[in-house]
Design a binder for this molecule. Structure first.
Ligand code: G3P
Length: 216
């Protein structure tokens, strides 16, 4: 499973890159707004740092506007993935941009049927939001299981990108279900390292190592 970091914060991207386990980045308008910086500046910096897929979202909700923004974004770098909402216009834009060879990520997906539409439109990635489904008492991971099964049934090439991840168990479940990608907030990525037995074991090894003659 690939790990993307779900952030527009350059420091977080740098720190995740330094671990050597990062495959790409996803952003959205909310994450860009949180930086307090211009989108043009943020995306340029991300594209300089990250060679893997970088999802940049359109904000015009008309078909023409999405196509215009999508083409402009795609010209910024080979790694750009145009993020489109799962609306009628977004799906039509996905089909048109896919036909032009532009990579797409269809976002705001909450049902397997919506994911089926994205696959039929040739999306590179589908982003089901598991955390937001959990928030309204639906099991987000059940939707992931359905999408993985349906894509497998028909051999769709669209990658299942688990989004709206809130905790390490979401990551574990995504991997067990065979999702292609999990986009993870920096905080949750950092939490994946943690185990008290790792810390305690390491402390003990270092204490014992200090007892070995000739070591300090
Ligand atoms: O990037 C889309 C998604 O990951 C948003 O997550 O936490 O705002 O539901 P969240």
């Amino acid at each position: 499973m690939k790990f993307f970091v779900d952030t527009a914060d350059i420091d977080e991207i740098r720190k995740a890159l330094a671990w050597g386990i990062l495959d790409g980045v996803t952003t959205n308008p909310t994450l860009v707004a949180k930086t307090g910086r211009r989108f043009e500046d943020v995306r340029a910096e991300i594209l300089q740092l990250v060679a893997g897929p970088v999802s940049l979202e359109v904000t015009d909700m008309t078909l023409d506007g999405m196509l215009r923004q999508g083409r402009t974004l795609a010209q910024l770098g080979k790694q750009v993935v145009v993020k489109l909402p799962l609306t009628r216009e977004g799906i039509a834009a996905c089909k048109a941009l896919t036909d032009e060879g532009i990579k797409t990520n269809v976002t705001l997906c909450f049902t397997a049927n919506q994911a089926l539409l994205a696959a039929k439109a040739g999306a590179t990635y589908i982003s089901p939001f598991v955390g937001r489904l959990d928030d309204v008492s639906s099991d987000g991971m059940l939707v992931i299981a359905d999408i993985v099964q349906i894509y497998r049934n028909y051999g769709y090439q669209t990658n299942v990108l688990v989004a709206s991840v809130r905790h390490p168990v979401h990551v574990l479940q995504a991997a067990k279900l065979g999702a292609h990608v999990c986009t993870v907030p920096y905080k949750v990525l950092d939490q994946l390292f943690n185990h008290p037995l790792t810390d305690r074991g390491n402390e003990q090894f270092l204490k014992d190592w200090a007892k070995v003659p000739g070591q300090s």
